[in-house]
Design a protein around this ligand. Structure first.
Ligand code: SF4
Ligand code: SF4
Length: 93
């Protein structure tokens, strides 16, 4: 995805953040995400973010299936405020 609602995807800070301390290496998130956002780092035995901007904006599906709550996303209210601001800038162009 190159753009989302007219905003360049790389200007949108929506992607998972992995807590490596919590991750048990079950691979559920890596196997689930169809967009190659995540990869399994064999040496570390942990899931990591590989392609953050492949993440579908506002998707949180992988976080919901992580058994140890190791995946987080931006705060929804702050994110909505950020997008509103961005969109008002886009629409003025
Ligand atoms: S939130 Fe959705 S698109 Fe993003 S990494 Fe997780 S499953 Fe993939
Ligand atoms: S689902 Fe959670 S515990 Fe399993 S690999 Fe992903 S981040 Fe680690």
């Amino acid at each position: 995805m190159k753009e989302w609602r007219g905003i360049p995807r790389e200007e949108i800070p929506w992607f998972p953040t992995m807590d490596e301390e919590k991750c048990t290496g079950c691979r559920a998130c890596v196997e689930f995400c169809p967009n190659e956002v995540l990869e399994f780092h064999e040496a570390a035995g942990k899931a990591r973010v590989k392609n953050p901007y492949n993440c579908v904006v506002e998707c949180k599906a992988c976080a919901k299936l992580c058994p140890v709550d190791a995946i987080s996303f931006p705060d929804e209210e702050e994110f909505s405020a950020f997008i509103k601001k961005k969109l008002s800038g886009v629409e003025k162009k």
